[in-house]
Write a protein that binds this ligand. Structure first.
Ligand SMILES: *Cc1c(COP(=O)(O)O)cnc(C)c1O
Length: 451
């Protein structure tokens, strides 16, 4: 029998190979962009790897290095500009190795006090940036999708516990520009979405929210409003102050989805655009997007964590030992066992200090502005909106959806950049989402030249 749980000479050799791989990958600048292969191609190149006797670590690592890793796009590449990229700091990426090696249990204070203590300082930094009160708190979880769901579950639990006459249906007010995960959460929760219209600047406003609440179908009660601070397609920040006022007045929970844009709370040049975010009952920010943490890491904060605790704490005889003093992260989301996934962010923040974060976010915003001005001045191109944050959306005049698609594929195949088409106002468009301080305006120009 192979002894899998012992550290012997061959484990040692494998360990150094793994560390060398990890270190090289972190140091590569840029890493190869790489790209997907079909399952059939992977069948040819890799085939079946799970065997009765095992391949041995050296062989398995070689397959990963030579075939599997290059079949994944490097999402931290400086010219990966699709969706929302990632840009972990060296400190954060390396510390993730430590988190993985340490069997930290991030669900409870009893088991993970030190880890949770450190994570909570990182959460506090975010809460302070947003202007949330001292008692605010929450949990790091896998992503904005899980964060939005957990926040909305807490909101509904709360309204149910304080409402005498339950309506036939509960509903969330959200704009069509809100993230797809909001609709997904409503589906899971079996609640309705009332779509509120955005204004001519594409922002959700207080008056639109008020109208949506008032015009809810009879028998339907609105329990939460989702405002977005940095929409995924364009980076639009909804009119948070007005929305917050309407929510307070109507006693409706305000959830602010700042999964992408929340990082810009650290950027003085745009901080005023977020005024009103301090009114949020719950807030999601994804450090794995624009706060330089590796996947996966989302921060969920509550103004009043007690409400979330009432909604999310699991009760069982085998969990009774966890009840007591200390912060149990699993009390604040739909989760129990949890990787201490806020630790890489904490380590990098502790290492570099918050000013480095402010500067890095500010730098990406200024690159977005610079390239937007050049796009605006280029007669082949049409800038769709002045970038509110670090997303630059534009069109190549006269191009069809299939021309964008073919161009995007060629660009990826050439290893130059990854820019996928999107659609805005029903028309195809392109967007550069810039989160990496390694991105260079010169590199963005070269992409424009290929249009
Ligand atoms: C990316 C994003 C999400 C989803 O976050 P995941 O981490 O991908 O689950 C939610 N809302 C907004 C505004 C986003 O940009």
């Amino acid at each position: 029998m192979t002894d899998m749980h012992s550290y012997d000479e061959s484990t040692d050799e494998l360990a150094w190979q793994i560390f060398r791989y990890a270190l090289n990958r972190v140091r590569l600048d840029p890493p190869p962009l790489d790209g997907p292969r079909s399952a059939a191609e992977l069948d040819d190149a890799v085939g079946s790897t799970i065997t009765a006797e095992g391949l041995g670590g050296v062989r398995a690592l070689q397959l990963f290095t030579d075939e599997l890793a290059p079949s994944c796009i490097s999402t931290d590449h400086q010219r990966y500009l699709s969706f929302v990229p990632t840009a972990p700091t060296e400190a954060a990426a390396l510390f993730d190795v430590v988190v993985g090696a340490s069997s930290l249990y991030g669900g409870s204070w009893l088991e993970g006090a030190g880890a949770v203590y450190a994570e909570n300082q990182a959460l506090r930094w975010l809460a302070d940036l947003a202007g949330l009160p001292p008692e605010a708190g929450g949990v790091f979880l896998s992503g904005g999708t899980a964060g939005n769901l957990s926040a909305l579950v807490a909101a509904r639990h709360h309204v149910r516990s304080v409402t005498e006459h339950q309506p036939r249906r509960w509903a969330i007010v959200a704009a069509s520009s809100s993230h797809s995960s909001v609709v997904a959460a409503a589906e899971v929760m079996d609640v309705d979405i009332i779509e509120a219209t955005v204004d001519d600047q594409r922002k959700l406003t207080g008056s639109a929210v008020a109208a949506a609440i008032e015009n809810a179908p009879s028998g339907t009660s609105v329990f939460a409003v989702v405002a977005t601070a940095g929409t995924t397609n364009l980076g639009i920040i909804d009119a948070l102050e007005g929305i917050g006022e309407v929510c307070s007045r109507s006693g409706v929970w305000l959830h602010v989805d700042a999964a992408y844009g929340g990082a810009a709370l650290a950027a003085p040049s745009v901080r005023d655009d977020f005024i009103g975010i301090e009114r949020a009952d719950s807030l999601v920010v994804d450090p794995h997007k624009w706060l330089f943490a590796p996947y996966d890491c989302a921060a969920l904060l509550y103004r009043n964590p007690e409400i979330a605790r009432a909604a999310h704490t699991q009760h069982a005889a085998y969990l009774d030992a966890l009840v007591g003093d200390g912060w149990n992260p699993s009390d604040y989301a739909h989760v129990l066992t949890r990787r201490a996934r806020g630790l890489p962010l904490w380590f990098s923040l502790a290492t570099h200090g918050t000013e480095a974060y402010c500067d890095a976010v500010e730098h990406t915003i200024s690159m977005a502005q610079e390239i937007a001005a050049e796009i605006d001045a280029d007669e082949r191109l049409e800038l769709i909106v002045d970038p509110p944050l670090s997303i630059v959306a534009f069109r190549r005049k006269g191009w069809t959806a299939s021309e964008y698609g073919e161009w995007s594929q060629r660009l990826l195949d050439s290893g130059q950049a990854f820019v996928t088409p999107t659609s805005i106002d029903g028309e195809p468009a392109l967007r550069f989402c810039i989160v990496s301080p390694r991105t260079r305006v010169e590199g963005l120009r070269l992409i424009l030249d290929t249009l």
